[in-house]
Design a protein around this ligand. Structure first.
Ligand SMILES: Cc1cc2nc3c(=O)[nH]c(=O)nc-3n(C[C@H](O)[C@H](O)[C@H](O)COP(=O)(O)OP(=O)(O)OC[C@H]3O[C@@H](n4cnc5c(N)ncnc54)[C@H](O)[C@@H]3O)c2cc1C
Length: 290
């Protein structure tokens, strides 16, 4: 789906070492949601450099100073809980942006591989930050349950509240251990591709865990919880954002399923391998042969 193009232009005025490294590149296109571009000295642009090969090999990355002629920040979008002037995610137009050959980040055609490596670690970081957010929400929930009395008892003494606390604790512990295990595998194998299934799994669990625990905590705070005097709005927005940023959950589920299925084979006949009549027949034959 990438349409932003970078084209070699050997006839361009070479401003630096561009000539030695194969001439300038001219970038044309648009990008939505470039985080922190507002305050960055440079941007990383991923553009199609060879439209005739697969997207995995036909895109390259460029380091481009933000003040390069032809870069226009159309506007800076914010997230839904932020004030209109706080936006940090830019819509950027690249109109014939000329960069020297050495602006290439990595090799030509390597953008996809670089992006996947960066995103692998980034996704685990998202998950780690969410472990912290969930722990904070659970701490707030426990404190509120012990502090607030209504209808003759503390919230902490009501069994439905206890169920919410127990569910949140168990969900967080499961998630925390899964994230730790994934990070441990990355350390051990130094190979994001090998750990891709678990990285995608924690990525799509991240918004769900954050959503569930923050919702219970916010709800337990009643009116105060939905007010602007508690920090729930940002956490709540975070759950929605986590389901989209660095790839929507659906895509990560597809990755997990495909990777998982690689470890299995279709049954050899019309029946599943655990079909009981066939298993019984197999066991009977084993007994006969004994
Ligand atoms: C806070 C934030 C910061 C970001 N920062 C950056 C950045 O710095 N640089 C950058 O390059 N990008 C950035 N992005 C962009 C981000 O990578 C994309 O938003 C994300 O990959 C989803 O793409 P999209 O928004 O085009 O959604 P779409 O691809 O249009 O998907 C929208 C929805 O369609 C559905 N969908 C999509 N694909 C499938 C599928 N295969 N099967 C079933 N359903 C599907 C899902 O419900 C999905 O949520 C940022 C996004 C956010 C929210």
């Amino acid at each position: 789906m990438f349409t932003t193009r970078a084209v070699r232009d050997d006839g361009g005025t070479s401003r630096s070492s561009g000539a030695e490294s194969g001439g300038d590149w001219v970038i044309t296109g648009r990008k939505f949601f470039s985080s922190n571009a507002r305050t960055s000295k440079f941007v990383i642009v991923m553009a199609v450099t060879d439209p005739d090969v697969s997207a995995y090999r036909g895109m390259s990355m460029f380091l481009v100073p933000s003040d390069t002629p032809g870069i226009r920040m159309e506007r800076h979008l914010g997230l839904m809980s932020e004030a209109p002037d706080e936006g940090m995610h830019a819509l950027i137009e690249y109109d014939g942006v000329r960069v020297p050959g050495d602006a290439l980040l990595g090799g030509e055609g390597q953008a996809f591989a670089i992006a996947q490596t960066r995103l692998g670690g980034g996704r685990v970081h998202h998950a780690m930050r969410v472990v912290g957010q969930c722990q904070k929400a659970l701490d707030m929930m426990a404190e509120r349950a012990l502090s607030r009395e209504t209808q003759g008892s503390r919230l902490a003494d009501k069994q439905l509240v206890q169920a919410d606390l127990a569910d949140s604790y168990a969900q967080l512990q499961q998630f925390r251990l899964f994230v730790l295990h994934t990070a441990w595998q990355i350390d051990r194998y130094q190979d994001y591709k090998r750990v891709r299934k678990d990285i995608s799994a924690i990525k799509f669990l991240t918004p769900k865990v954050l959503h569930d625990i923050v919702y219970r905590s916010m709800h337990l705070h009643g009116a105060l919880g939905v007010s602007n005097e508690m920090p729930f709005a940002d956490m709540w927005t975070g759950a929605a954002v986590m389901a989209v940023v660095d790839g929507p959950s659906e895509i990560h589920k597809v990755t997990v399923a495909k990777d998982l299925l690689r470890g299995y084979e279709a049954a050899s006949g019309p029946w599943p391998s655990q079909h009981l009549p066939a298993r019984r027949e197999w066991a009977r034959k084993q007994l006969e042969n004994m």
